[in-house]
Design a protein around this ligand. Structure first.
Ligand SMILES: [Cu+2]
Length: 348
């Protein structure tokens, strides 16, 4: 068994050998190899232009980093590549994902990755668990197109997710996705913290609050304000945009909505095979799920991304898309100037 296993790994390195045993091994044509271009939210890697499947090499590091969770409040995030959410991975159906996961967490915790895009035990977690200083390598053939969450699944899994170990992997369908003008990576998640002591500048994780499903923060892209101010998304009228939206949970379902827009296409639950839903106001995204939405921009101004379970806006689930362009008085006009919306979190 051990010898067969080694032969299989050698096969993946050059000639992909699909194996159960050496005698049953079957060869497929050689696959090209490429190193995945990883990006961090809200950036998305470029469209795949090749026509043949490839071995897609992905290098990811797990670590613990103190970063800002809310203005003037820090948190010890457990994350991938020092980012929360982790890198966006873009591949295509039929590709082989070659994962190199290095544990750089000096606290001594083991980490791994469960890719929801991977077919096999634990979504890969069972073969990727590594301790400090260790690099684990595994190969997974991507059988299903879609937009998928990945997350650490080392025990206790809920703590590893709650502390920031997640991201998105896009498996493009055969033939790829239609070109749009801009793509964005937005991921929602919650954070559960203890009541801060007076003057504390660092918040501490609370497993108990997680059990009660009482988050203190519900955020986009890992912190309060990631998509506001300098972080707001930008586009122009006339453009078609696509948002890859994930919900890492760990507990809540998201009611994803963009104030002032109607989604032209919703690839519900990240399903890139079925015909998308058309003309949708708000779409549900389960914990551990994702969606892809597309819409055309007609009227300039500020649009607001929210979880329409609207109290969550006060917990951080809000972001802006600033759209530049000439007014469209044929579509949106008033005899009065816009009223300032003082103290309003959703209409800047
Ligand atoms: Cu972990």
């Amino acid at each position: 068994m051990r010898i067969a296993h080694r032969i299989c790994l050698l096969g993946f390195a050059g000639f992909l050998i699909l194996c159960g045993s050496t005698s049953a091994a079957a060869k497929t044509p050689p696959m090209n190899r490429e190193v995945a271009k990883l990006t961090y939210a809200p950036e998305v890697p470029p469209l795949i232009t090749r026509s043949k499947p490839a071995i897609v090499e992905v290098h990811i590091e797990s670590s613990v980093n103190e970063m800002e969770l809310a203005p003037n409040l820090k948190y010890r995030f457990w994350g991938f590549d020092g980012h929360v959410p982790g890198p966006f991975i873009r591949a295509r159906v039929g590709d082989v994902l070659e994962v190199h996961l290095t544990n750089s967490d000096s606290s001594g915790m083991p980490h791994n990755i469960d890719f929801h895009a991977v077919t096999g035990p634990g979504g890969g977690a069972k073969v990727l668990t590594g301790v400090e200083g260790e690099e684990k390598v595994a190969w997974f053939k991507l059988l299903h197109p879609g937009l998928f969450i990945y997350h650490c699944a080392a025990p206790p899994v809920m703590d590893h997710i709650a502390n920031g170990m997640y991201g998105l992997i896009l498996v493009e369908p055969k033939g790829g996705l239609p070109k749009v003008d801009r793509e964005f990576y937005v991921l929602q998640s919650e954070f559960y913290t203890k009541e801060p002591t007076e003057g504390a500048q660092t918040l501490e994780f609370s497993h108990e609050e997680g059990l009660k499903e009482h988050p203190h923060f519900v955020v986009f892209n890992g912190r309060v304000g990631s998509l506001t101010g300098a972080g707001q998304l930008k586009a122009k009228t006339g453009e078609k945009i696509r948002i890859f939206f994930g919900n890492a949970g760990p507990n809540l379902i998201s009611s994803f909505h963009v104030i002032g827009e109607i989604f032209d296409n919703v690839y519900r639950e990240g399903d890139l095979v079925s015909v998308p839903a058309r003309s949708v106001q708000t779409t549900l995204v389960p914990a551990g799920g994702a969606t892809v939405v597309e819409f055309q921009l007609e009227v300039p101004g500020t649009y607001t991304l929210v979880d329409h379970a609207i109290f969550r806006v006060e917990q951080g689930a809000v972001g802006f898309l600033e759209v530049a362009g000439d007014p469209r008085h044929d579509l949106f006009v008033s005899k009065d100037d816009p009223e300032p919306c003082k103290g309003c979190l959703v209409h800047p």
